[in-house]
Design a protein around this ligand. Structure first.
Ligand code: SAH
Length: 265
């Protein structure tokens, strides 16, 4: 006997709205720096959202549009209102991730950006990594269980097929709010077994986990942390070239995602 009308349409609705079984349709890409974001905005031909979904007065910027079958938003936390520099770091990254998920209900979050790499773990300038795990290295709370809370280890959404298809390296990402690396940070990064370090990833992962949105982390190595050059100078020297490699990789990742559901990534 055929199931009653209501029941069958209810089931269909559930299946259609389940991102595991329908193609991904909405992606939010969180990018900390304008220099990293703008070339991608142009490649995807996105436009700045003039009816912002964010509270009035915040510097957060959303570039949006459709690319192939996808609604794409690139979110940049904007310039610090007082100092005029990019709002890098975990606080801005958490806030924009939270606000973007609430406003846009994405199927997937991509956190893209530059990162420092450790040559002892096999990283070189220009390498593109997909992080397998993310954790913090500057939240030391030496009390049982709080210590684990501080480290905040989270796994990225697994994408075995994407990895098989694209030429990306895999490594663990460690996040902290400093560009330089203190000896204490270094010890924590080692215990996180990280190959790359940034200033946003684990914060984006925290919010994604909180709101149950899958997240992946695409990071391009802009400087070698265990090398002989000062990080700030090396970062600035390599930023443009590395950003081009990052944008190319994000484009390839998005092309792979297009037409697939989460379980096919
Ligand atoms: N001097 C830069 C400051 C950028 S802060 C400027 O002029 O704008 C560094 C940004 O790049 C952050 O978003 C961070 O995620 C990433 N990053 C690159 N290399 C890093 C490293 N070695 N350690 C931490 N973050 C790094």
């Amino acid at each position: 006997m055929a199931p009653p009308e209501e029941e069958s349409s209810g089931l269909k609705e559930t299946m259609d709205s389940d991102p595991d079984t329908r193609p991904i349709s909405t992606i939010v890409i969180i990018i900390a720096m304008r220099t990293e974001a703008l070339p991608l905005v142009n490649k995807f031909q996105l436009k700045e959202d003039l009816n912002p979904v964010f509270p009035i007065g915040v510097p957060w910027v959303r570039y949006c549009g459709t690319y192939k079958d996808l609604n794409i938003s690139i979110i940049w936390p904007g310039k610090d209102a007082n100092l005029g520099v990019d709002s890098v770091g975990t606080i801005s990254a958490s806030l924009v991730t939270y606000a973007s998920v609430l406003a846009l209900q994405p199927d997937l979050i991509i956190n893209a950006g530059t990162a420092g790499g450790f040559k002892v773990k096999g990283a070189s300038i220009g390498d593109i990594f997909l992080a397998s795990d993310v954790a913090f290295h500057d939240r030391r709370i030496p009390i049982p269980v709080f210590d684990l809370y501080g480290v905040g280890l989270r796994e990225a959404f697994p994408t075995p097929n994407l990895l098989k298809t694209l030429n990306l390296k895999v490594g663990k990402l460690s996040t902290g709010d400093s560009l330089d690396t203190s000896t204490q940070d270094e010890a924590s990064i080692n215990s996180n077994d990280a190959t790359i370090k940034d200033m946003e990833g684990a914060a984006v992962a925290y919010v994604a986990d909180l709101l149950k949105v899958p997240a992946i982390f695409v990071k391009a190595v802009s400087d070698i942390v265990d090398g002989d050059k000062p990080t700030g100078m090396e970062f600035l020297q390599n930023l443009l070239a590395v950003t081009a490699a990052l944008d190319q990789a994000v484009m390839e990742v998005v092309n792979f995602i297009n037409g697939r559901c989460l379980s096919e990534l």
